[in-house]
Design a protein around this ligand. Structure first.
Ligand SMILES: [Zn+2]
Length: 107
C-alpha cells in the first residue's frame, strides 16, 4: 500500500466526514459517496451494471443520512457501521482515498 494513502484522521460530521491522509491532504466527503461505493458482500454486487447501480443509489439516497460508527481494521482500513442498511463494509485506506479524490472536496 502506498504510504500517502494512510488515513490519519476520520472526523465525523452530521452528513459528511473529513478524511485526513498522511501526505497532508484532507478531503470532505459526503457519507452518501462512501455508501455508494461500499465493497461489502451485500453492496458490491449491486454496483456491477448501470441498472443495478441506479437502483442501488436510489435506495441509499432514500435512507436517512446517519453518522456511522467507526472501527479500525488492521493497519489498512476502517469498518463503518451504519444504523440502517449495511454494516459490514470494510473500507481500505486506498479505497477511501480514491473516493475522496473522485467525489470529495479537498480542504
Ligand atoms: Zn455495504
Amino acid at each position: 500500500m502506498e504510504d500517502h494513502n494512510l488515513l490519519t484522521t476520520f472526523e465525523r460530521d452530521e452528513e459528511s466526514c473529513i478524511l485526513r491522509f498522511k501526505d497532508g491532504k484532507s478531503f470532505q466527503v459526503d457519507y452518501l459517496e462512501i455508501r455508494f461505493r461500499c465493497r461489502c458482500a451485500k453492496c458490491k454486487p449491486r454496483q456491477e451494471n448501470e441498472q443495478r447501480i441506479v437502483e442501488f443509489h436510489e435506495e441509499i439516497s432514500r435512507l436517512r443520512i446517519e453518522k456511522p460508527s467507526v472501527e479500525p481494521v488492521g493497519h489498512y482500513g476502517i469498518q463503518l457501521t451504519w444504523p440502517s442498511g449495511c454494516s459490514s463494509g470494510i473500507h481500505s485506506f486506498s479505497h477511501l482515498r480514491s473516493i475522496a479524490e473522485e467525489s470529495g472536496n479537498e480542504i
